[in-house]
Design a protein around this ligand. Structure first.
Ligand code: ACO
Length: 276
């Protein structure tokens, strides 16, 4: 039977969210997404990520902040390992079934992964500030999800682990670029190829966490950061995030030009406000 749907252009239904192991609460300018499969330590499936992509496509236009957290005392145990069994998870096709039975070409598998990556890519949108609130383990895909956010606020019991190479895989959910951007290629090689756990304090020292707080203060700390972010003008925030995002790939001259162009846009908007 077809699932009840909110229809195209609308947020996923409660049933779709539950099936994907997600909860969503939108309150004005803030959307809170919770990974919620506590019986599986918030392990995620392909459906989790396609539903995250759906959320990104259909968030109300006035949402400026997205907070991602895990249910309970863990962020996420990463991909549901049953996704690698021929049976898959709860009617969801496994990642290997098509390769095993020869029904999927390499291009099919790449297209499938591209669909999953959409669940992570939108978190970089300049009109949003995305915040990962991390308690406990953030393993594999969970680490990559946190890396996809603009800010990572960690409880002191949090740890990151890039487990994929230890399982014979590569991290493919858009986490390798932010990891290298933050810690550099040498530390990234060490973290990924040893699959060791990076605790909260080390994460702070490496720049993988903007803030580390006692676990029982995490939610209040996130609320404080959200309030501070909301106090900044939305259009200036979006223009500044866009500028910062291109800085690493630009020469100084290109970046100076981008700053001028963005500022002309801001000054024009300010002048309009003054004359109206
Ligand atoms: N996929 C499926 N089920 C999982 C996963 C997972 N990733 N992680 C935990 N579970 C299940 C366990 O099988 C167990 O189920 P059961 O109660 O039916 O036996 C239940 O969740 C509780 O797990 P425990 O291991 O008992 O919980 P514990 O708190 O001791 O450990 C931890 C938590 C460290 C997260 C551990 O479960 C673990 O290492 N999980 C696997 C992590 C992993 O390898 N993830 C994949 C990374 S690669 C990627 O994400 C692409």
């Amino acid at each position: 039977m077809a699932q009840a749907s909110n229809g195209p252009g609308q947020l996923p239904t409660e049933a779709e969210l539950t099936r994907a192991g997600l909860r969503l609460a939108v309150d004005g300018q803030v959307a809170r997404i919770t990974i919620s499969r506590p019986e599986r330590r918030n392990a995620m499936t392909g459906r989790t990520w396609t539903t995250l992509a759906h959320i990104g496509q259909t968030l109300p236009a006035d949402v400026r902040i997205v907070v991602l957290a895990g249910e309970g005392d863990i962020f996420s145990a990463g991909i549901d390992l049953n996704m690698f069994t021929p049976e898959g998870v709860d009617g969801e096709r496994s990642m290997v079934a098509g390769i095993l039975d020869g029904t999927s070409t390499k291009a099919d598998v790449e297209a499938y992964i591209a669909g999953l990556q959409e669940g992570f890519l939108w978190l970089r949108r300049p009109d949003l500030v995305t915040v990962a609130a991390v308690r406990g383990h953030a393993i594999g895909a969970g680490f990559q999800l946190a890396l996809s956010c603009d800010l990572r606020i960690l409880a002191d019991d949090a740890n990151f682990c890039m487990k994929e190479p230890a399982l014979g895989l590569v991290p493919d959910l858009t986490g390798t670029k932010p990891l290298v951007d933050i810690v550099g290629v040498h530390r990234a090689v060490e973290i990924c190829l040893t699959a060791r756990r990076v605790g909260a304090q080390e994460a702070r020292e490496l720049g993988l966490a903007e803030l580390v707080v006692p676990a029982d203060e995490l939610s209040a700390a996130v609320d404080d950061v959200v309030a501070a972010l909301l106090a900044t003008d939305a259009e200036a925030a979006a223009a500044t995030k866009a500028l910062l995002q291109q800085a690493a790939g630009n020469t100084l001259g290109e970046q100076a030009e981008a700053e001028r162009r963005a500022q002309v846009g801001r000054l024009t908007a300010l002048a309009r406000t003054m004359s109206s």
